[in-house]
Design a protein around this ligand. Structure first.
Ligand SMILES: CC(C)(COP(=O)(O)OP(=O)(O)OC[C@H]1O[C@@H](n2cnc3c(N)ncnc32)[C@H](O)[C@@H]1OP(=O)(O)O)[C@@H](O)C(=O)NCCC(=O)NCCS
Length: 152
């Protein structure tokens, strides 16, 4: 089955909100373990709705196989014309097939269309090479790794 990427409809009670929250919980559990604050779907959903209502709409995309969610990306608008990639996740069995790169390309295209100057991310240790291959540069190494992709 082909994978399709589409914009998620983030609204109170929407199916997409549930799909994105489930994927984000899977990402957070994989990255930070079961005890992290964002390991509950309700919390992620509330946070996402809050971001939308606080004027940080950015973009939320879903990668689906026959309407079944397999990956997602969330980026948030920040000050100074930049955006922050807060989540990028592909379900384990679907990795290595280019879905993560496609989601990232969609973010870059959208950010360019908004004339943003960069996308930045705090990558996990394992995903740092993925971002490097996609053109990201290291801005800071300590205490957190921060990587960015210049768009202009
Ligand atoms: C990072 C991630 C989104 C990449 O998605 P993907 O669909 O596998 O990406 P692509 O297929 O476009 O690229 C895969 C490449 O990334 C590498 N990679 C980086 N991190 C990886 C990981 N945790 N698992 C598997 N492959 C990973 C692979 O080795 C592969 O390299 P190759 O193309 O030289 O074989 C996905 O691995 C993932 O969800 N990881 C866990 C969550 C995470 O770390 N997200 C980033 C947090 S900021």
């Amino acid at each position: 089955m082909p994978i399709t990427i589409r914009r998620a409809h983030i609204a109170e009670g929407s199916d997409d909100l549930v799909k994105v929250a489930k994927l984000d919980v899977a990402l957070n559990k994989e990255s930070f373990g079961n005890k992290c604050w964002f390991s509950a779907e309700g919390r992620v959903a509330d946070w996402l709705l809050g971001q939308k209502n606080n004027g940080h709409p950015g973009l939320v995309l879903l990668a689906e196989e026959d309407k079944s969610p397999k990956g997602h990306v969330i980026y948030l608008m920040k000050e100074n014309n930049v955006c922050f990639l807060s989540s990028l996740y592909v379900a384990k069995d679907f990795r290595g097939a280019g879905i993560g790169s496609k989601l990232l390309n969609c973010v870059v295209r959208d950010a360019k269309s908004r004339a943003l100057s960069e996308v930045y991310v705090t990558p996990s240790k394992d995903s740092k090479p993925f971002y490097e291959r996609n053109g990201f540069l290291v801005r800071e190494n300590k205490p957190l790794v921060i990587m960015y992709l210049p768009l202009v």
